[in-house]
Ligand binder design. Structure first.
Ligand SMILES: [Ca+2]
Ligand SMILES: [Ca+2]
Ligand SMILES: [Ca+2]
Ligand SMILES: [Ca+2]
Length: 624
């Protein structure tokens, strides 16, 4: 989240000046040490408020729109899950960023299950009350879910931020990494419905504020490694001033953290960021911290939120993108010798097209224009657009947000979880975004935004401009919210994940909402298109991780060649189903299916039929 300086040159000047004033005016206070710690610190925003006549982010419906997503939460056990993160008024930044959601099949019964992180409270952190619990829901089929948290032993009971999935020990059962504020966990899947936290034993019990991690075998030894971004160094015994402090008599000067003149929680700007951590898995299954020697330690201490390992360029090595809050994004190109070159600026992904840092919350990774290269969609703060980076090849990216239609409509929204998902299975990946503000105070003002916000869904369409269409430039159109549909309601959403929960060939969505029940969205799109869902199994003996994280699949139907990658992490600190979904449109036959396994080898599979979930095993062909 970025706190911006608005409009006038005077406001910009004050913005730059205020952190200095804060330090100058509180020389002896316990808070004086906080704002001075980072050079990029600008703990204040101010300026003239824009006048809006509507909130733009809530209550916007279209009676003619098709009902694409039905909110079925109330009919399921998920309705009893209540996310809880700190105070309602959000006094401190730690209360505003939880949490992620993971969709994956923990018990290998073919039905993807749901794991929802929970937050915590200041009192729970100090041992004065019971912390909220994360929850694992087993998918029983037909939109029935069973809460198996207790048996599985995955309640976490720490301030949960990010969740990612990877079968780190190659035993065929997906394991869970939970990035916490506090100490993170690695839940090893015991294969019998239970999990054991092995983080301390294996050396990945990262302390501090861990966020959206990602598993990936960057060195090609067939064992998954783990990258964990760090967010903010927050000392519970020396918290920055809160908005509540600002209204206490005689305490007016205590809070210089403002949004348009209204006191709000401080951060991330003005607070010290954390470094990031890369854990390399050794042959004995333990992990070693190689952050410094690999070059991904983030000595700049950007505020890391979400990371993903993916093949960005045309070699076989996994590269790494890190989306940072209020600071430039980092893109690390894998040099193949255990080190990385950070190319955020030269590649074009560090900043937006105006050369500006953006909030940087969530990340969708996928080839939306079907040219064979992965693109990025990144969510940002309100009064700023989300950003679509088109991969031009050879490690170059262009910000195409506004020409693609994702600029204007996203400006009032504060975006978090996002994924490319082909909701209508026409072969072109669409975009979904979960939104919600960080400042409850925005509901008391008319600033054209709101605390709870609607989801955004954009359909990927041919470009109406023939010249742009000729160059393969796609256009995204907002899908209207049918009254009463899942797109019409509003929440303070955070994590979002995608998968086909009921196996009907239409991708469903689960969203984790701040201080609320989650949202389970059943895809009810009337589109009758064909599809293919693929589970990949790699061969560790050939140096591919068993869960095939890092694999790339190309599916050709007629003139269309689609790409999808097996990705750990992403969205906002979340995990979408590691199975790959391909919308096929009207095609009933796969002309070619090619898998580039994590070890770099390519294998072609014969696919007998469409509208199915298939398992592709490295070196062994197709299993239905
Ligand atoms: Ca399952
Ligand atoms: Ca495992
Ligand atoms: Ca490795
Ligand atoms: Ca589509």
């Amino acid at each position: 989240m970025i706190k911006r300086c608005f409009l006038s040159p005077l406001a910009l000047y004050l913005c730059a000046l205020f952190p200095l004033l804060t330090i100058a005016q509180q020389p002896g206070s316990p808070n004086a040490a906080q704002p001075q710690q980072t050079p990029q610190g600008m703990g204040v925003s101010t300026g003239t408020a824009l006048v809006s006549t509507t909130r733009r982010t809530v209550g916007v419906v279209d009676a003619k729109a098709p009902k694409v997503f039905e909110d079925v939460t109330a009919r399921t056990a998920l309705a009893s899950f209540k996310h809880h993160s700190g105070s309602a008024q959000k006094d401190y930044i730690v209360e505003t960023t939880s949490g992620g959601v993971a969709l994956f099949d923990y018990d290998n019964d073919g039905l993807p299950d749901i794991y929802l992180l929970n937050g915590s409270t200041m009192a729970a952190e100090r041992g004065k009350e019971k912390p909220p619990r994360a929850a694992l829901y087993r998918n029983l089929g037909n939109w029935k879910f069973e809460d198996v948290t207790e048996k599985a032993g995955v309640a976490n009971e720490r301030w949960g931020m990010g969740v990612t999935v990877g079968d780190y020990d190659n035993d065929g059962f997906a394991d869970i990494y939970v990035g916490n504020f506090g100490v993170s966990r690695l839940y090893r899947n015991n294969g019998n419905g239970t999990f054991t936290d092995v983080a301390a034993k294996l050396g990945v019990a990262r302390k501090g504020w861990s966020t959206g991690a990602s598993f990936g075998d960057y060195d090609g030894d067939g064992r998954l490694d783990l990258f964990v971004p760090g967010y903010v160094e927050l000392d519970m015994n020396n918290l920055p001033p809160s908005p509540a402090d600002a209204v206490k008599p005689g305490q007016i000067a205590q809070n210089f953290c403002q949004f348009r003149g209204v006191p709000v929680m401080c951060g991330p700007r003005g607070l010290k960021g954390e470094t990031d951590t890369l854990y390399h898995q050794k042959a004995d299954g333990t992990f070693e911290d190689v952050s410094d020697k690999s070059g991904v330690n983030d000595s700049t201490r950007y505020y890391g939120f979400t990371s993903v390992w993916v093949r960005v360029n045309e070699d076989n090595l996994l590269d790494l993108i890190v989306v940072n809050d209020s600071t430039p994004k980092q893109l690390y190109i894998n040099k193949g010798d255990g080190t990385f070159e950070e190319v955020g600026y030269p590649s074009g992904v560090a900043l937006n097209e105006n050369g500006r840092e953006q909030a940087g919350m969530g990340l969708a990774t996928g080839d939306y224009d079907n040219d064979g290269l992965v693109d990025f969609h990144i969510t940002n703060f309100s009064d700023d657009s989300n950003t679509l980076y088109h991969n031009d090849g050879e490690g170059n990216f262009t910000d195409v947000t506004f020409q693609a239609g994702l600029g204007e409509p996203t400006i009032p929204f504060l975006g978090w979880g996002t994924e490319f998902l082909d909701f209508d299975a026409d072969g072109w990946k669409d975009v979904i975004v979960a939104n919600g503000h960080v400042y409850p105070a925005v509901d008391k003002q008319q600033w054209g935004t709101s605390y709870a916000q609607q989801l955004l869904l954009f359909r990927n369409t041919p470009n109406p401009d023939p010249k742009q269409a000729e160059r393969g430039i796609r256009k995204f159109e907002r899908v209207g919210a049918a009254p009463g549909s899942g797109l019409a309601d509003a929440w303070a959403s955070r994590g979002l994940a995608v998968c086909d929960l009921d196996g009907d060939g239409r991708l469903d969505v689960v969203v984790n909402n701040m201080d609320s029940a989650p949202t389970l969205l059943r895809n009810t799109t009337p589109a009758q298109n064909h599809w293919l869902r693929l589970r990949l199994v790699g061969d560790p003996a050939r140096k591919s991780p068993r869960d095939a994280t890092g694999a790339t699949v190309y599916v050709t139907t007629g003139k269309l060649r689609q790409r999808a990658d097996v990705i750990s992490g992403g969205s906002y600190s979340s995990q979408s189903d590691p199975c790959l979904f391909f919308g096929l449109g009207a095609a009933t036959k796969i002309d070619r299916l090619e898998v580039k396994w994590p070890n770099g080898s390519t294998e072609v599979f014969d696919v007998p039929a469409v509208d199915k979930s298939l398992t592709l095993t490295e070196g062994k062909g197709v299993k239905q």
